[in-house]
Ligand binder design. Structure first.
Ligand code: ZN
Length: 112
């Protein structure tokens, strides 16, 4: 189990990414420093994904892109029954799926 959600900060241009990528999406840099993804932010957009792998226990996954107050945009699971664009959320660390290797933890958002 992990204690918090980490993204990566590009050593070259400072862009923070979550989920992590192989290369920086902005400058294609390949050297990074881990940064903790946490705090409050605003939902920019969300979507319900129905085509899930069999190991998911939910029928669909509600994913949101949230802009954190520091300006970093991250993608995670939105835990809200009635989501709205622009709603305020905060980040939590939760179980996003149960896989063959056990529970997979990831970034989730809950309404503030
Ligand atoms: Zn970069």
């Amino acid at each position: 189990m992990i204690a918090n959600v980490t993204g990566m900060k590009c050593n070259a241009c400072g862009t923070v990414s979550y989920p992590k990528h192989m290369v920086c999406p902005k400058c294609r840099g390949e050297r990074f420093t881990d940064v903790v993804i946490e705090g409050e932010g605003t939902v920019l957009t969300y979507t319900d994904v129905y085509a899930l792998a069999i190991e998911y226990e939910t029928r669909y996954l509600r994913l949101a892109i949230v802009e954190l107050d520091g300006g970093v945009r991250v993608t995670g699971q939105l835990l809200a029954d009635k989501p709205k664009l622009g709603m305020r959320v905060r980040t939590i660390l939760g179980i996003v799926r149960q896989g063959g290797e056990g529970a997979i933890q990831g970034l989730q958002f809950v309404a503030v």
